[in-house]
Write a protein of this length. Structure first.
Length: 283
């Protein structure tokens, strides 16, 4: 989670079988665009989607990161996807239906000549919920972990993933929390799942801001209209940055201190860690 640049705040899915949608995604301000070869592309269109990916225009300065969501491990479509990757100028691949760290290690081995970063979606099957700690030290290529409720609810045979009051049911709250903890344990970026109602801007804003408070540093998007809201939610405010700078400066002035007073409040070493993360995200 460290490096010269902050991790992407918004990760926008776009079906790779539509050149129009892919071009719009590249221009909408997303930090990362995920060209999808999996769920959003029907089997009859997957070959065409690969062809369209190969025709994307060259990058330009300031453009988003480019990622490709592959089809699941062990499928014929997955093998065809791998054949395409050497032709593409991309930043990484997204692995769906990951069930444990071994899946990421297996994909990394398949990608060995390219050594691409991997973003794993880690809660889409029943088995996956029991493997969230296995991503720790599984593979140096692992860069991010996100969670998905739609495939999980289908796998569990659920009629709904929500409680009567509209909040996520316990099983999906558990999947979300385990993804956050698993990503932190693996020292990779924790990414919150999609907010399905792209017309509900207020709901998206509330969910994204809650995710940031909990420790997520980015969020998946399924529509370009969601990007600006997500970017804003995961961008530290000027007050956040000023407070973080004050904490860092205070500990730099007194490096042997365990607890200090900053802006009238007591802060300790965990606050310093969080302050540095805020400053990293503000770059």
């Amino acid at each position: 989670m460290s490096g010269s640049a902050p991790p992407p705040r918004s990760w926008l899915f776009v079906p790779a079988d539509s050149n129009k949608k892919m071009m719009k995604a590249l221009e909408c301000g997303a930090d990362a665009v995920i060209f999808d070869l999996e769920d959003s592309v029907v089997p009859a269109q997957k070959a065409m989607a690969r062809e369209l990916l190969g025709l994307l225009p060259d990058r330009r300065d300031g453009g988003p990161e480019r990622w490709v969501r592959l089809n699941p491990l062990g499928t014929d479509e997955h093998r065809d996807d791998l054949d395409l990757l050497e032709e593409l100028d991309i930043d990484g691949v997204v692995l769906p239906k990951a069930e444990c760290g071994d899946d990421v290690a297996d994909l990394a081995a398949e990608l060995a000549p390219l050594s691409l970063p991997i973003h794993a979606i880690v809660t889409e099957t029943a088995t996956s919920l029991f493997g969230l700690l296995s991503y720790r030290d599984c593979c140096s290529n692992l860069a991010a972990m996100s969670w998905g409720a739609e495939d999980l609810s289908a796998a569990l045979g659920a009629s709904s993933k929500y409680q009567a009051g509209g909040e996520l049911a316990f099983t999906y709250q558990l999947a979300r929390s385990l993804t956050l903890a698993g990503a932190i344990a693996a020292e990779v970026q924790p990414i919150d799942g999609v907010f399905a109602d792209f017309r509900d801007e207020a709901g998206l804003k509330a969910e994204a801001e809650a995710a940031r408070r909990e420790g997520f540093t980015g969020k998946l998007a399924i529509h370009p209209d969601q990007v600006a809201v997500i970017n804003a939610a995961f961008t530290p405010s000027s007050d956040d940055i000023a407070h973080a700078e004050a904490i860092v400066a205070a500990f730099e002035a007194q490096p042997d201190a365990g607890v200090l007073s900053v802006d009238g409040k007591m802060v300790d070493r965990p606050h310093l860690v969080q302050a540095r993360r805020v400053l990293e995200r503000s770059r």
